[in-house]
Ligand binder design. Structure first.
Ligand SMILES: [Zn+2]
Ligand SMILES: [Zn+2]
Length: 286
């Protein structure tokens, strides 16, 4: 970077300081996440389940899924959960850049490179799109595809049944709620290909399983997932919180792990996101 570029960058940072996507603290232009969030975010750590992507102690795989594997950078807790909720319900679409970069890191780290021929996203229903004005999974998918340098087929899947949102259902009802809810809109984009499907969260895996099923029926060779967050059992979360308090403010996360995870992020490749729409959901932030 030349002298004038450095002056311009410093001036812009002074007027529009870069902010942490998780806590809004001002960060330096070189950082993507503030040091406090790096310590406190609930990172998914090895060893992880080769199916659901949770750390092995928190694996909840109870059945055979239609997809090969899912990976995620975070558990759906604390600051990561808040960032996802802000992106999903409050129109904070700029968070997709940082979250997408962490999802890209998880893909490269856990799949050992680039597993997909094409990147797709879990589609939103018509009523959700009308209410929010955007599909948050599509914003994440755009980021992941751009960083992987793979084509992004936003129209590959569609939601054909406008069923109630999964977060409003109990764990058991989620499987029946999404049955027949998704269809393949653009079969040409997925036939014979390894598909990386992107979403914000995996809870029971019902939505991802249903999407994988229709993609395979349409001729997809393999279906992999990357989500921003995965849930873990509440009792285990409680045990971890106790462990956090007993050991250190940082808890079970080791310094080496955050530095390696953050160090592999590629903020330079992250494309800036426009503020696309305003969410009007009233779900409280965690
Ligand atoms: Zn922060
Ligand atoms: Zn598992």
């Amino acid at each position: 970077m030349g002298f004038f570029d450095r002056v311009k960058s410093t001036f812009l940072h002074w007027i529009y300081p870069r902010r942490c996507a998780f806590c809004s603290a001002v960060i330096s232009p070189k950082e993507t996440i503030c040091p406090d969030c790096v310590k406190k975010l609930a990172w998914v750590q090895a060893p992880i389940c080769k199916t659901c992507g949770r750390g092995l102690p928190y694996c909840k795989c109870r059945k055979r899924y239609q997809f090969c594997r899912c990976v995620a950078p975070f558990y759906y807790e604390g600051r990561a959960k808040s960032a996802v909720l802000r992106l999903k319900f409050y129109g904070r679409t700029e968070a997709a850049a940082v979250l997408g970069a962490q999802m890209y890191d998880a893909v490269v780290r856990e799949y050992g490179g680039n597993p997909a021929d094409v990147v797709c996203c879990v589609p939103a229903g018509k009523s959700t799109l009308k209410k929010r004005g955007y599909n948050h999974a599509e914003l994440l998918g755009q980021q992941v595809a751009a960083l992987l340098e793979k084509p992004f087929a936003a129209d590959a899947l569609s939601k054909v049944l406008d069923c109630p949102p999964q977060h409003s259902m109990g764990a058991r009802d989620r499987w029946s709620n999404v049955l027949g809810a998704y269809g393949v809109e653009n079969a040409q984009a997925v036939t014979g290909k390894a598909v990386l499907l992107v979403d914000d969260i995996m809870t029971t895996g019902a939505t991802l399983n249903e999407c994988a099923k229709v993609l395979k029926e349409a001729g997809a060779r393999e279906v992999f997932f990357v989500v921003c967050t995965v849930t873990r059992a509440r009792t285990l979360v409680k045990a971890i919180k106790m462990s956090y308090n007993a050991k250190s403010p940082v808890g079970l996360v080791t310094k080496g792990i955050y530095s390696s995870q953050v160090g592999t992020a590629k903020p330079a490749g992250v494309k800036p996101m426009a503020q696309i729409g305003k969410g009007n959901h009233t779900e409280p932030l965690a």
